[in-house]
Design a binder for this molecule. Structure first.
Ligand code: C2E
Ligand code: MG
Ligand code: MG
Ligand code: MG
Length: 278
């Protein structure tokens, strides 16, 4: 009897592993054609000023990549690693940058002159020899002022950064592009990194807010990150705001900018147009 259950379980496990491997292989091959096949699109999540969330246009929009694969949406959490492994993230990354810059110029020319555009980077992109040059070209081509572009990187990228990635970051910063440290607090970044690299914005990871209301330690960490950032002259954007209590907490701590489902889900271009026209 035990043997039978064991065997059934083994069989199930085996089957689901096979399915997983097969799915992954299919994602890998299909990802190579997705760019040509126009299967990617961008949605935009507003970053709002918490002092007047409804009263003024968003300060920025974060471009988030979407892939519709065989008619089904696939989460970036599962397809970004696939694109990174094949190197396909390089052309896809340039496509994202160009689309997002072009769209932002359009919004700047249609009632939101100060809107900034935030784009997520994968570590591989910064290692490209001519990355900062290509960004310059995209800015020139689309007409987006360099000071309107924010590039989001993660702590792990800084921790593994070799010389070249660091010079790319410095070149970008010298052009006026702003650098944001995404998901801050979840990686292994020491606070010294904030001084050593050209960082302008801290994005406080969602996990701190999730626990802040009933976890004094998480609350203290939030508070410390926000006040340290102020001291260093960095802006803080709180990620993943889902409740009014979280907004109150952030305002009490002098965190001025936020993003989250409570304020706005990521929006299609059409829905962003509506939001900006209000
Ligand atoms: P991220 O850059 O930290 O983006 C924030 C993620 O949190 C987005 O998920 C967003 O939809 C989600 N989010 C926003 N507000 C809330 C909230 O209130 N509650 C919850 N639970 N979630 C919220 P998404 O779009 O699935 O993206 C996941 C990750 O994929 C991004 O995390 C980013 O690391 C990566 N990614 C997305 N687009 C790109 C891209 O164009 N290039 C690269 N390299 N990575 C990307
Ligand atoms: Mg991000
Ligand atoms: Mg983030
Ligand atoms: Mg995050």
């Amino acid at each position: 009897r035990a043997k039978e259950t064991g065997k059934a379980r083994y069989h199930l496990f085996d089957q689901s592993m096979q399915d997983e491997v097969r799915n992954r292989l299919r994602l890998e091959t299909d990802a190579l054609q997705a760019l040509q096949g126009n299967e990617f699109s961008l949605v935009y999540q507003p970053v709002l000023d918490l002092l007047s969330p409804g009263g003024c246009p968003p300060v920025a929009v974060e471009a988030l990549l979407r892939w519709c694969h065989d008619g089904e949406p696939v989460s970036p959490v599962s397809f970004i690693p696939v694109l990174e492994e094949s190197g396909e993230i390089i052309p896809v990354g340039y496509w994202v940058l160009e689309q997002a810059c072009q769209q932002t110029v359009h919004w700047q020319n249609n009632g939101a002159p100060h809107l900034r555009c935030s784009v997520n980077l994968s570590g591989l992109q910064l290692r490209e020899a001519d990355f900062s040059l290509r960004v310059r070209e995209i800015l020139d081509l689309t007409g987006l002022p360099s000071t309107s572009l924010v590039l989001e990187i993660t702590e792990s990228l800084l921790v593994d950064a070799e010389g070249h990635s660091v010079s790319s970051l410095r070149e970008l910063a010298a052009m006026g592009v702003r650098i944001a440290l995404d998901d801050f607090g979840t990686g292994f970044c020491s606070l010294g990194y904030l001084n050593r690299f050209p960082i302008h914005i801290i994005k406080l990871d969602r996990s701190f807010l999730v626990e802040a209301h009933d976890n004094p330690t998480q609350q203290a960490i939030c508070r410390a990150i926000i006040s340290l950032s102020a001291t260093l002259g960095l802006d803080v954007v709180a990620e993943g705001i889902e409740t009014l209590e979280q907004v109150d907490f952030l305002l009490a701590e002098n965190c001025r900018f936020g993003q989250g489902f409570l304020l706005s889900h990521p929006l299609s271009v059409a829905d962003m147009n509506l939001m900006l026209s209000r």
